[in-house]
Design a protein around this ligand. Structure first.
Ligand SMILES: [Zn+2]
Length: 299
C-alpha cells in the first residue's frame, strides 16, 4: 500500500511516498515564499502532487499544516509563513484535484501521531508529544486516538501559564511556556538579557556551545519552564511516554539530560517510575500519513 504524505512547513511544502511500514521514498520539496496568495499556494500544491498521481496507485493522502486550521471543513485560516494566504480551503481544493479523500490536521497533531505509529511513541497507550519549534506545541495520543480538541486546535501547551506575570507572549498573555522555550521565546529572552539580537535559534544554541553566560542562563531557565509544563501534562493526563520533536530537539545534547532530571524530580513518584522521556524521530511526512492510519483504525 502506498500513501502520499504532504507537510506544509516554514518556507516549503515537502512530499513523499510512504508504505504501511513507514518506509519513505521518492521525496520532493517545493519552496514557498511569503508573497504567495491563495492562487499561488494552490498552484504550488498541484505542482508537487501531480507527478505522484500518475506514478503511484495511492491508497490515501495525508496532509499536515501549521495552524490555525479547521479540520472538519479542511481550511487553513492563516499561516505565519504565508501571510497572504487567507481561509484556504485546502481539503476541498485537493479533493477536487486528486479525486481522493484528504486527511488533514495541524503539524503538532501530525507529529504526535507520527511518533505513535512510526517513532519513539510506538506502543505507548498514553503519549504526549511536545513540538519544539518556532512556537511550543503539543499533541496527545490516548489509546492510539489523537485528541483533536475543538476543530483540531488541540493541545496548546505552549500557551499555558508557567511564570505568573512573566514575559509577554505572542498570544498577548504573560508567562506562557512558549515565551521561554521555543525559537521565538529563546531569541526574545536573549535579546532582553544581552540587548543584542541573534538571527536564528541555531545561533542561540551556538552561543550556548561557546559558553555565552546569557545564553546558558536563558537555556537553563527555559529547560525548567519546559519541565514544569511537562510535569503539568504528566500529572494531568498520566501519560506514560513524553516525546520531544521539532527543530530545537536537534540541540537535545545541550538540554535533554537536564530536562529529564528536572521532570523526574517534579512528577509524582507513581507516575515517574514508568515515565519514558525521549527525543523523537521527527518525520513530518510520516506524521501526515499516520492521519490516514488513524482514520482507518478509529474512524
Ligand atoms: Zn501564549
Amino acid at each position: 500500500m502506498k500513501f502520499l504524505g504532504l507537510d506544509i512547513g516554514a518556507g516549503s511544502i515537502k512530499a513523499g511516498i510512504v508504505d504501511e511500514f513507514g518506509f519513505v521514498e521518492d521525496e520532493s520539496i517545493k519552496i514557498t515564499h511569503s508573497r504567495m496568495e491563495n492562487s499561488d499556494f494552490q498552484e504550488a500544491l498541484k505542482t508537487i502532487i501531480t507527478p505522484y498521481l500518475s506514478k503511484y496507485e495511492l491508497s490515501g493522502i495525508g496532509l499536515g499544516s501549521p495552524g490555525p486550521i479547521d479540520i472538519a471543513n479542511g481550511i487553513i485560516f492563516s499561516s505565519a509563513n504565508l501571510p497572504k494566504v487567507d481561509k484556504f480551503q485546502i481539503k476541498r481544493i485537493l479533493n477536487d484535484f486528486t479525486k481522493m479523500e484528504i486527511e488533514f490536521n495541524n503539524d503538532a497533531n501530525c507529529a504526535s501521531l507520527g511518533e505513535y505509529y512510526f517513532g519513539e511513541g510506538k506502543g505507548s497507550s498514553n503519549l504526549f508529544v511536545f513540538t519544539l519549534g518556532t512556537g511550543l506545541g503539543g499533541g496527545w495520543v490516548w489509546n492510539g486516538k489523537l485528541f483533536n480538541g475543538f476543530e483540531g486546535n488541540g493541545m496548546e501547551v505552549g500557551h499555558t501559564t508557567i511564570i505568573r506575570g512573566g514575559a509577554l507572549c505572542g498570544c498577548g498573555n504573560l508567562g506562557c511556556a512558549e515565551s521561554y522555550f521555543s525559537s521565538k521565546g529563546l531569541l526574545a529572552r536573549y535579546k532582553d538579557a544581552s540587548l543584542s539580537s541573534l538571527p536564528t535559534v541555531k545561533d542561540f544554541f551556538e552561543q550556548v556551545r561557546i559558553g555565552d553566560e546569557n545564553a546558558k542562563e536563558i537555556l537553563n531557565f527555559g529547560v525548567e519552564v519546559l519541565a514544569e509544563a511537562t510535569r503539568n501534562i504528566v500529572n494531568l493526563l498520566n501519560v506514560d511516554t513524553v516525546v520531544y520533536v521539532g527543530g530545537l530537539s536537534q540541540s537535545w545534547d545541550l538540554f535533554g539530560d537536564n530536562l529529564e532530571k528536572s521532570i523526574r524530580a517534579k512528577v509524582f513518584p507513581v507516575l515517574r517510575d514508568r515515565l519514558q522521556i525521549k527525543k523523537g524521530k521527527n518525520q513530518a511526512i510520516l506524521g501526515a500519513v499516520s492521519l490516514i492510519l488513524e482514520k482507518r483504525n478509529h474512524g
